[in-house]
Write a protein that binds this ligand. Sequence first.
Ligand code: ZN
Ligand code: ZN
Length: 139
Amino acid sequence: MSSEPAWETGRCLCGAVVYRIRGPLRPAHACHCGQCRRQSGHFVVATMALPEDFEVIEARGLKWHASSEWARRGFCGECGSAMFWTDDSEISIAVGSLDDQSAVKVLRHIFYDEKPAFYDVADGLPKFAQYEEPMDDGG
Ligand SMILES: [Zn+2]
Ligand SMILES: [Zn+2]
């Protein structure tokens, strides 16, 4: 195959942040950590990409919040969409912002022990108390 790999596109609610990821999409995880829940309103399903496979096309609304000493979270400063997390070695992208979510496959739940008691997930996927490497096993 000599054709360019397909790019997946995504955007925030208002369109002031638009991005693309070089496909194919990597498997996603569902993160139940306190930061994801606080920033998004609930748990976050996110895929991952290497920086060279990720491009911001429209950055007009893009703002970054330093959420720890090693990581920052990207969101739209105009409409408030929570979209990215990065430690600069890779970037995590909330799949809810993808234009086409039909290829999303969720691999596991992480930081499951941090979730509050009011919800449970019964999808049969592995649940980890903390982060779990690697993200890419099985594809
Ligand atoms: Zn926006
Ligand atoms: Zn999280």
